[in-house]
Design a protein around this ligand. Sequence first.
Ligand code: MV4
Length: 449
Amino acid sequence: MFQKLLIANRGEIAVRIIRACREMGIRTVAVYSEADREALHTQLADEAICIGPAPAKESYLDMERILSAAVVSHAQAIHPGFGFLSENSRFAQACESCGIAFVGPRAKMIQEMGNKAQARKTMMKAKIPVIPGTREPVLTVEEAELRAKEIGYPVMIKASSGGGGKGMRIAAGEEELRDKFLTAQMEARAAFGDDTMYLEKYVSNPRHVEVQILADQYGNTVYLGNRDCSVQRSHQKVVEEAPCTAISDDTARRMGETAVRAAKAVHYVNAGTVEFLVDAEENYYFMEMNTRIQVEHPVTEMITGLDLIKEQIRIAAGEPLSIAQEDIKLTGHAIECRVNAEDPDRKFLPCPGTISYMYLPGGCGVRVDSAVYPGYTIPPYYDSMIVKLIAWGQDRQEALAKMHSALGEVVMDGIKTNVDFLYRILEHPVFREGKADTNFIEQYVQQTV
Ligand code: MV4
């Protein structure tokens, strides 16, 4: 096992990784920017190295500075967390070249799954169900028109290098295709420097259900149930839960087995997430594979009793999985709410500032993953998520009750947060009945300012 690990991240996930390492007896090295001198991860790690100015490009995204920090501190492994360099194949490759273990899959895997059109083609070859659409990339508007006619309208136009909804458009009919295709393609070129597109049949009011998998270097692959992440706004997840209660046990089992088949088809190693789009008839289709640990991993930890960060580190150190599929028992229900420093009344604009006073909930079945404390100043340079509240109950109703109670205890003075917005989601009858799909927030909760 590693003696020392560097965390190439900040915020609550950096703290989460430091805690897992401490329990495993692994010494930790934090890296921090000039804006993060007072950050919790900087203070909690065994060592901390300043890697540059506040802008992420000059610190948390600077591969050379991070690798230098790993070399001078003799770290044997780097955990990238999520965001930043976590899905950068060049960074994973650079770690491999320096003889430092990257806690994640191989660089080639990150690259393959990062290209959505290629991932789709790979999964089609492996007979994984994908959304009906093109097999080959679409490069011109003429070709798009031809393919869209074959697929049948409405169609979804997507960018190969996309994700998070960028370079994505719906074309309701033939008359819209040209404009939508060209603007989506332009957006993709500007955002990713890659304007390769693909088309899919549009699935209306789907759910976003994802399957957590773990795979070791010896071909053992398991799935850890699923998460329903349908409650999103502007392609940002807001509330996540495990398991999805809108699908039957049979569908959940088949989806889990499909995810394992998908991971095995590409010889996937480490923790990963297979994202599915699920329609009203419980048909599920492969959408993307995420090659990182995800923000919402705690809900899976709550229903499985496993520590996903520890599993990731063990896998990266070459250890076999500690569990087989038959050992995995899903118990109860978990919900996560993302508390952001933002103003829901001003289009959810980030609201950094100083927390003059704060109180966070606790109690039976309530977990808080955060990196903030009273007197802490949230810097304006990074993501606005400051706290993750996670509640576990014997069933969904109990988890909901615990989350509702926990939200009521939150005090966050000095800054604006989305806590009241989270309340509105939790109290909405459509959400309470478990009927929220990906259009839920826009349709029922979002304020129009
Ligand atoms: C879709 C879709 C409907 N039909 N594809 C959004 C982000 C990207 N990962 C894929 N997305 C979607 N792809 C087809 N063929 C609807 C969405 C979508 C969505 C998906 C998951 C969660 C929230 C969403 C919100 C809007 C649209």
